[in-house]
Every structure is written in structure tokens, then in C-alpha cells.
Write a protein that binds this ligand. Structure first.
Ligand code: G
Ligand code: G
Ligand code: MN
Ligand code: NA
Length: 256
């Protein structure tokens, strides 16, 4: 069976799930939030990596159906955590095609309203590719989303074509440094320069910073020395099923 067909069937049959990767404070080690990461386990293909099926879904447009499911599921989970008295800010990846749907803002608004989610408990991760096209429409949409009370982050920062001009205009509160630049820390001189410059720029623009792909204590300590606020990475945990995430979360202080 072709992967495209298997993927469509998989979503229909409930074979998709979300894992949650903690975002941890570099100040006090506390939990700041969780990134929702989609998983698909096919009967024949086994666990298909998102790096394989997301690009395929983006090509075919099926990413819109996947994105809608991910949004609804992440919001459902965030409401469950909100209701349990242990609220977690959940970050959802949004692909460009999904963001460009005319009904995207309404869908987000309806999803959180119908579920009863405190809007501040949802964050959307946007890639630079979303932010560079059709500036006026994009700006209006970002403001409409920010006005809902949720927060916006730039994902994979440094891998696209950012201009300081748009970063300044957009209501974005967080910048995620791509793990490609974290990997070489603390040894690699150009990674050090890029990461330090990115954090400095975020400061100037009043954005907070999450470093992605932190795997070692040396990387973590170096980032802390640069006053980076938080990190995500295998040093703390990979993406975990919700139940395992809850166990980990219970062992961490509430982040500030
Ligand atoms: O966990 P990792 O292998 O989970 O993810 C690989 C890639 O897939 C990353 O670039 C990540 O941003 C992307 N990804 C993971 N989950 C989602 C999702 O729900 N939606 C979109 N658009 N991308 C996702
Ligand atoms: O593009 P995005 O940042 O959304 O993708 C997150 C991807 O990075 C996922 O594939 C996730 O599994 C992976 N990831 C998360 N933490 C680490 C890490 O510490 N090291 C490596 N190599 N990959 C990581
Ligand atoms: Mn992401
Ligand atoms: Na990223």
C-alpha cells in the first residue's frame, strides 16, 4: 500500500497520537510547557517518523487534515491538564499550508472555545516560511491569533530567511533556536556566535528564547551562561506519551 493511502487510513482509524516534549526553565529547572509532536504507527510500516510523513503530507495537502487533528487533540489534552489542576502550556506545530487556510484563525478560536481551554495554555509554533510571505495578510492573521490570548513562537529559528523588520512587527513572544545551532555548543565557534547573536536579538525584541535539541549538560550550562530562558531536548526528555509526561512533570518544579 502506498504510504499516502496508508497515512489517510491511519488518521481515520485512530493510529495517530501525540507525544509531549517538556520545555524546561534554565533558571530553576521548572516545567514551562510541552511541545506536541505527532506520531503515526502503521500496522505494516511500524512507527513512521514525522520527518518522513510530514513532508509527504505537505506535498499532497493532507497536512491540513493532520494539522486539524493535532490541534484538536492537543487542545483536548491541554484541557484535561487544566481541569486536573496541573495546567501545562502546550505548543502545537503549524505548517504553512495550514496557516494559509482562510478559516485557520476561526478554527483555532472555535477549537479552544468549544473545549473550554484557557487561551494562554496554547502556543502555536510557526516556521519562518510562514512569516515571510504575503506580509499584510500574515500580519493581520498573527494579530488575530494573538488577540485570542494564545502565544506565538517562531520554530527552527535561523534556518529560514528572517528579517529584523518583520520580527519587530509581528506579535511573537518566543523564539526557538534550531537544534542545528545547539549541536555544536560549546565548542563550535560559529554556533556560539549564532546562538549568542540570536539571544541578543530576542532580548532587544522582548522575546523569550527556547534552545532546542539540548543533549548535554555542557550545552545547557553554556546556554544558561548566555541568559537563554529555557531548553528542550533529550537531556531532559524526548517526546513522551501523555501519561509518561505527567510522571516527569510531577517530578519537576513549576517553572517561572
Ligand atoms: O519528533 P520529531 O521527529 O518529532 O519531528 C520531526 C519533524 O516533524 C519536526 O520538524 C517537527 O517540527 C515536525 N512535526 C512534529 N509534529 C508535528 C505536527 O504536529 N505538525 C507539523 N506540521 N509538524 C510536526
Ligand atoms: O522541528 P521541530 O523542532 O518541531 O522538531 C523537533 C524534532 O527534534 C523532533 O524530531 C524531536 O524528536 C527532535 N528532538 C527533540 N529533542 C532532541 C534532541 O535533544 N536531540 C535530537 N537529536 N533531536 C531532538
Ligand atoms: Mn517545533
Ligand atoms: Na524546531
Amino acid at each position: 500500500m502506498k504510504m499516502d493511502h496508508a497515512m489517510r487510513l491511519g488518521l481515520e482509524q485512530g493510529l495517530f497520537s501525540l507525544h509531549y516534549q517538556p520545555q524546561v526553565s534554565l533558571v530553576d529547572g521548572g516545567l514551562l510547557g510541552a511541545e506536541a509532536l505527532v506520531r503515526w504507527t502503521d500496522a505494516d510500516l511500524g512507527q513512521v517518523p514525522p520527518a518522513t510523513f510530514i513532508p509527504l503530507a505537505e506535498e499532497t495537502g493532507f497536512i491540513i487534515a493532520i494539522g486539524n487533528w493535532v490541534l484538536a487533540e492537543a487542545v483536548r489534552q491541554a484541557v484535561a491538564w487544566q481541569t486536573s489542576g496541573k495546567p501545562v502550556v502546550v505548543s502545537v506545530n503549524v505548517s504553512a499550508l495550514q496557516f494559509q487556510q482562510p478559516d485557520f484563525v476561526d478554527r483555532v478560536a472555535d477549537t479552544i472555545r468549544q473545549a473550554g481551554l484557557e487561551p494562554a495554555l496554547l502556543e502555536l509554533e510557526l516556521t519562518e516560511s510562514i512569516l515571510i510571505r504575503d506580509a499584510n495578510e500574515t500580519l493581520a492573521r498573527l494579530h488575530a491569533l494573538a488577540d485570542l490570548g494564545l502565544s506565538l513562537a517562531i520554530d527552527d529559528f535561523g534556518t529560514g530567511y528572517s528579517s529584523l523588520a518583520y520580527l519587530k512587527k509581528f506579535p511573537i513572544s518566543k523564539l526557538k533556536i534550531d537544534r542545528a545551532f545547539v549541536m555544536g555548543l560549546p565548542q563550535d565557534e560559529s554556533d556560539r556566535a549564532i546562538v549568542s547573536a540570536t539571544i541578543g536579538m530576542a532580548r532587544a525584541l522582548k522575546m523569550t528564547v527556547v534552545a532546542e535539541g539540548v543533549e548535554t549538560e555542557a550545552q545547557r550550562d553554556y546556554l544558561r551562561g548566555l541568559d537563554c530562558e529555557s531548553f528542550q531536548g533529550f537531556l531532559c526528555a524526548p517526546g513522551l506519551p501523555a501519561a509518561e509526561f505527567e510522571v516527569l512533570a510531577a517530578s519537576l518544579p513549576r517553572g517561572t
